[in-house]
Design a protein around this ligand. Structure first.
Ligand code: GLP
Length: 258
C-alpha cells in the first residue's frame, strides 16, 4: 500500500482526478466508480477537466454497489446518484456505465450477471473506493468474507445511520444492498482508496495498519499489489507511521507516478 497524506480534501480530489485522467488518457479504460460523499470532489474536478477537453468516450464504468428495493429512477439509487454527480456531466458512451439492478426479481442471478459483465469488459483498471466508519468498502460490512463476490448484504445499523442524511426519513434507508465482494474488488488492477475527515481516521488506521481481518473489511486491501490510499491530514490523524509515509512519498521519484 502507498499512503499519501495531503493537506486538504481538495488536494485529495485533485490527486485522485490526476490518477483517473492518466488512466483514461492511456487508452480504452474500465473505471470502478464509488458513490457516497467522499468522491464528489473528484467527480467535480473531472467534470471541470472534461469541459477543458478530457474525454471519457473511450471509457466504461462499473458501480460498486446498489440499494435493494430502490428502482434506478429513485433519487437515492446509486444509478441516479452517479448520473447526477458525475456521468451526466461528462461523455461516457451510451450504455457504458453499468450498475446493479436493486429491484431485480432474482437478486442472486443479478449478482452473477454483474460479475460476468465485469469479466467480459476485461476487468476494472482503476477502482475508486471510499470507506465506511465501520471499515466497509463498497457495502462489504464487517465479517464479510475476504474472498466474497457480488452478493446481497444486510447493512449494519451504523451504516444505515451514516447514510440516513440522504433520505427524508432514517427509516427509509434500505436494509439490504447488492455489492461487489471483497474478492471482486481486489481483482481491479489499481485501487484508489480515498478518505477525508476525522470521522474516517479510525477506519483508515485499522485498514492500513491493523491486521488483515474481516472485522475491518478495508484491511483486505493490504493483500492487493497496487493500492494507493489518498487521505487528508484529518483522516490520517490516527496513523502511527504518518511521518514515514510523508517522508517516503516526498522522496519518491516523480517518474514512478501513483
Ligand atoms: C457508502 C458506500 C461506500 C462509501 C461509504 C462511505 O455507504 N456504499 O461506497 O465509500 O459508504 O460513504 P461516504 O463517502 O459518504 O462517507
Amino acid at each position: 500500500m502507498e499512503i499519501v497524506i495531503l493537506p486538504t480534501p481538495a488536494d485529495v480530489a485533485r490527486t485522485a482526478a490526476d490518477a483517473i485522467e492518466q488512466q483514461v488518457r492511456s487508452g480504452p479504460s474500465v473505471l470502478g466508480l464509488a458513490t457516497g460523499s467522499t468522491p464528489l470532489g473528484t467527480y467535480q474536478e473531472l467534470t471541470e477537466r472534461h469541459r477543458n477537453g478530457l474525454s471519457f468516450a473511450g471509457a466504461q464504468a462499473f458501480l460498486l454497489d446498489e440499494y435493494v428495493g430502490l428502482p434506478s429512477a429513485h433519487p437515492q439509487s446509486y444509478h441516479s446518484v452517479i448520473r447526477e454527480e458525475f456521468v451526466d456531466g461528462v461523455d461516457f458512451p451510451a450504455g457504458a456505465v453499468h450498475g446493479l439492478d436493486g429491484v431485480a426479481e432474482d437478486l442472486e442471478a443479478e449478482a452473477a450477471r454483474y460479475e460476468a459483465a465485469i469479466t467480459a469488459a476485461g476487468g476494472v483498471d482503476l477502482q475508486i473506493l471510499g470507506i465506511g466508519t465501520d471499515g466497509h468498502v463498497g457495502f462489504n460490512e464487517p465479517m464479510s468474507s475476504l474472498g466474497s463476490r457480488t452478493r446481497i448484504k444486510t447493512l449494519t445499523q451504523q451504516t444505515r445511520r451514516d447514510n440516513a442524511r440522504f433520505f427524508a426519513d432514517p427509516a427509509d434507508v434500505p436494509d439490504h444492498v447488492l455489492t461487489q465482494g471483497l474478492g471482486t474488488i481486489r481483482e481491479a488492477r489499481h485501487l484508489l482508496l480515498l478518505a477525508m475527515g476525522e470521522a474516517k481516521a479510525e477506519a483508515i488506521a485499522a485498514a492500513v495498519e491493523g491486521p488483515v481481518a474481516a472485522a475491518c473489511p478495508a484491511s483486505a486491501l493490504q493483500l492487493h499489489p497496487h493500492v494507493t490510499v489518498l487521505v487528508d491530514e484529518a483522516a490520517a490523524s490516527r496513523l502511527a507511521h504518518r511521518e514515514y509515509y510523508q517522508d517516503t512519498f516526498g522522496r519518491k521519484p516523480a517518474w514512478q507516478g501513483l
